[in-house]
Design a protein around this ligand. Structure first.
Ligand code: TMP
Length: 208
């Protein structure tokens, strides 16, 4: 598939296994000789990691929804300008845990901010850069939360089951609304079985 940049984002409720699958996917691309840049949103760039700490700190439970939205977008914009755009320009594969679909799922469907507000904020935060393909790792909220909180919950994970259910429903809805870009991957099964589903889901953008 040449050396054109490829931007893949991984989404899903907390504990869905996207980071493990991201690492496997990155190895698969590297085996083909591709440069892979692994990122996480919020985070990866120095300033974005500082904002991440602020966003996930359980002590910041006084954060209002609008502040939360703008901090996620600020972290994303810095990551896009500093890391995503240069990587794509030199033909790398960018595999990023979360991106603007998380903001729809968490801040719109989860928190209740309007879809228009989140869409406008997302345009700024993404600097107009869209993923080529997005994988949503789908898992029942109960199982995902049990996995995610195994080692202690961060501020978002502490929101509980009803919140996680809304987030999951949000993801399934986006997948229906954006069938070309967003692909739902069943996250139930062994790491190897789920990886095989990932490879199938990306068949139109990458061959392994
Ligand atoms: P994670 O990196 O462990 O997935 O944690 C990031 C948390 O931030 C996760 O609970 C989802 C949440 N989040 C949002 O609420 N909105 C966003 O736009 C992003 C990128 C993440």
């Amino acid at each position: 598939m040449g050396n054109e940049g490829l931007f893949i984002t991984l989404e899903g409720v907390d504990g869905c296994g996207k980071s493990t699958q991201g690492a496997l996917l990155a190895s698969a691309f590297e085996t083909q000789g591709r440069e892979v840049v692994r990122l996480r949103d919020p985070g990866s760039a120095r300033l974005s990691e500082k904002l991440r700490l602020m966003l996930l700190d359980p002590g910041n439970d006084d954060m209002c929804d609008e502040c939360e939205l703008l901090l996620y977008e600020a972290a994303r914009a810095q990551m896009v300008r500093e890391l995503v755009e240069p990587a794509l320009a030199r033909g790398a594969v960018v595999v990023c845990d979360r991106f603007y679909d998380s903001t729809f799922a968490y801040q719109a469907t989860g928190r209740g901010l309007s879809a228009e507000t989140v869409a406008a904020a997302n345009r700024i935060g993404s600097c107009g850069v869209d993923p080529d393909a997005t994988l949503v790792f789908d898992l029942a909220a109960e199982e995902a939360l049990a996995r995610a909180t195994h080692e202690g919950a961060d501020r978002l994970e502490g929101e509980g089951m009803r919140f996680q259910r809304r987030v999951r429903d949000g993801y399934i809805q986006f997948a229906k609304d954006n069938p070309t870009r967003v692909r739902v991957v069943d996250a139930v099964g062994t790491v190897e079985v789920v990886h095989a589903r990932v490879v199938t889901a990306l068949a139109d953008v990458a061959t392994f």
